[in-house]
Design a protein around this ligand. Structure first.
Ligand SMILES: Cc1ncc(COP(=O)(O)O)c(C=O)c1O
Length: 418
C-alpha cells in the first residue's frame, strides 16, 4: 500500500506555519504519520510489533505523540533515553543500541530499568554485567549480530564488511557462549540492523531472510527461546524525483512463508518479532519550508537564495551520507503556472549550501516559500544548525489542522520580528 498526499492539501498548513512561526521551519504532520503506522500495521502487523528508532527524529512533542501509538522505542545514547523518558516513555519500553556506550550511560540506563540493552561487543557485555551486578540487577540483553552479507540496494550498509556495529557473525557463537555465562545479564534475544534506505522489495525480503536464518541457527546452537528478535527494517522512502515508494503488501506477501514458518516453530512461539525503523514512519510526513530572501540571475542561471539551507537541512544538501547530490522532491508552496529551472541555495558562505540544482518550478520570486519533501527524518538534529549563527529551524507539529510550536533547538541567530 502506498501513502501519498497531494501538495494542495499540505500547502495551507505550510503557509500558516511559516506565517505564524517564521522560517526556516520543519512541519511534521501527525495525520500523515498516523496513516503510515496504520499501513505498516495492516501489512506487517500480523508478525511484527513496531519500535521507533528515535535517532531519526527526537523532537520531544513528536515523541510524546508517538508514545501513544507505538509500543517500543530504540534509543542510541543516554541523552536519547532521557528525552524518551521525559516524553512519557517507560524505560522498559526502550532498547538501547550504539557501538560506543559509555559507562555513565550504561549505568543510568540499567538503573532506570531499561527494557533491553542491545549488546554490540564483548567489552560492552562485560561492562554491563559489572554495572548490573553493582546495581543488584539482572539486565535483559539482546545481542546485535553483524551478518557477513548485505544484498545490494541499501543506501547505507552497516555489515557485510568491516564495521563497528554489532558482533560479527563469525565471532557470534563464541561471544554468545561467553555472554550466556555472565551472571548479571540474561540473553533475551537477538538484533540485526545491517542496512537502511532500501527501496527494493526483493533486497529487503532477501535481507530479512538472512536475519531469519541467522536467528534460527544461533538460537538452536545456544538453545535460546528468545523473548524477542529485532529486525532492523531498512525500509526506504522516496527522496528524489522518480523514486518509487515501497509497496508494503508486496513485501509482506514475499516474506510471509518464512515469517509464518518462524512463528509456527515451537522455539519461537513466545517470541515477539520487532521491526525497528525510523525514517519510514516519519520521513515522508515532514516538510522543510524555507523562504526566498533574494533572487540572483547569474550568467544565465536563476538562483533563489533562501533563509534556510544546509545549516537547517544537511541531508537535502546531499552532505549526509550521499555519494552524489541529487535534488529532493521540491515544490513552490501555493503552486503556480508554468515551470522554469532554478537553483536553490541557502544563506551560508559556502558553495556546498545548495538545496536544489535546476529544479523545475513555477517562477520563483523573492518572498516565496519553497517546500522540501521527505524531511521528517534526519532533519534538525542531523544538521550543522549553528554554522554561521543563522536562526535554527522551527519545528512545528500539525495535527488535524492545529499547529503547535515544538521547536527544540534554539540558537544564537537573530530572528525576524514576528
Ligand atoms: C541500529 C539502528 N536502528 C535503527 C535505525 C533507523 O534507520 P531508519 O531511520 O533508516 O529506519 C538505524 C539507522 O542508522 C540504526 O543504526
Amino acid at each position: 500500500m502506498r501513502v501519498n498526499r497531494p501538495e494542495s492539501d499540505i500547502d495551507p498548513i505550510l503557509t500558516q506555519a511559516a506565517d505564524r512561526f517564521g522560517t526556516p521551519a520543519y512541519v511534521y504532520s501527525t495525520d500523515l504519520i498516523d496513516a503510515r503506522i496504520t499501513a505498516l500495521e495492516r501489512s506487517l502487523g500480523r508478525w511484527f510489533k513496531l519500535s521507533y528508532a528515535m535517532k531519526c527524529n527526537p523532537n520531544p512533542e513528536l515523541l510524546s505523540w508517538l508514545h501513544k501509538r507505538i509500543p517500543c522505542i530504540d534509543v542510541s545514547s543516554g541523552g536519547e533515553l532521557m528525552l524518551a523518558l521525559g516524553a512519557g516513555w517507560r524505560a522498559d519500553q526502550a532498547s538501547f543500541t550504539g557501538p560506543a556506550k559509555r559507562e555513565v550511560e550504561l549505568r543510568h540506563a540499567i538503573e532506570a530499568g531499561l527494557g533491553e540493552l542491545v549488546v554490540e561487543s564483548l567489552r560492552e557485555a562485560r561492562l554491563a554485567n559489572r554495572i548490573a551486578g553493582e546495581s543488584g540487577k539482572i539486565q535483559n540483553v539482546v545481542i546485535r549480530i553483524a551478518p557477513d552479507r548485505v544484498p545490494k540496494g541499501f543506501g547505507d550498509q552497516m555489515a557485510g564488511r568491516p564495521s563497528p556495529f554489532g558482533i560479527d557473525i563469525e565471532e557470534a557463537p563464541a561471544a554468545l557462549t561467553e555472554i550466556a555465562a555472565l551472571p548479571h545479564l540474561r540473553i533475551a534475544g537477538l538484533h540485526i540492523y545491517s542496512g537502511t534506505q532500501c527501496l527494493k522489495p526483493a533486497a529487503l525480503v532477501e535481507n530479512w531472510g538472512i536475519f531469519i536464518s541467522i536467528f534460527r541457527e544461533l538460537c538452536e546452537h545456544h538453545d535460546l527461546h528468545p523473548d524477542r528478535l529485532i529486525f532492523g527494517a531498512g525500509l526506504g522512502i522516496p527522496y528524489h524525483p522518480g523514486d518509487q515508494a515501497l509497496d508494503l503488501d508486496e513485501i509482506a506477501e514475499a516474506i510471509a512463508p518464512e515469517l509464518d514458518a518462524l512463528r509456527s516453530d515451537p522455539r519461537f512461539s513466545d517470541t515477539d518479532l520487532v521491526l525497528e525503523l525510523g525514517r519510514y514512519l516519519v520521513g515522508p510526513a515532514g516538510y522543510f519550508v524555507t523562504r526566498v530572501t533574494s533572487i540572483k540571475e547569474s550568467r544565465g542561471t536563476r538562483i533563489a537564495i533562501c533563509d534556510g539551507g544546509m545549516n537547517g537541512h544537511l541531508a537535502a544538501s546531499g552532505n549526509f551520507g550521499m555519494v552524489l547530490r541529487r535534488n529532493y522532491v521540491i515544490h513552490r508552496v501555493g503552486g503556480g503556472a508554468g515551470e522554469e529551472p532554478i537553483d536553490i541555495t541557502g544563506p551560508l558562505c559556502t558553495s556546498i549550501d545548495k538545496l536544489g540544482a535546476k529544479v523545475a518550478l513555477p517562477r520563483i520570486e523573492e518572498g516565496d516559500l519553497i517546500a522540501i519533501h521527505a524531511s521528517g527524518a534526519y532533519g534538525p538534529t542531523s544538521s550543522p544548525v549553528n554554522f554561521i549563527s543563522h536562526p535554527a529551524p522551527r519545528e512545528i507539529i500539525a495535527q488535524g489542522g492545529q499547529l503547535t510550536d515544538a521547536t527544540r533547538i534554539e540558537s544564537c541567530g537573530l530572528r525576524d520580528p514576528s
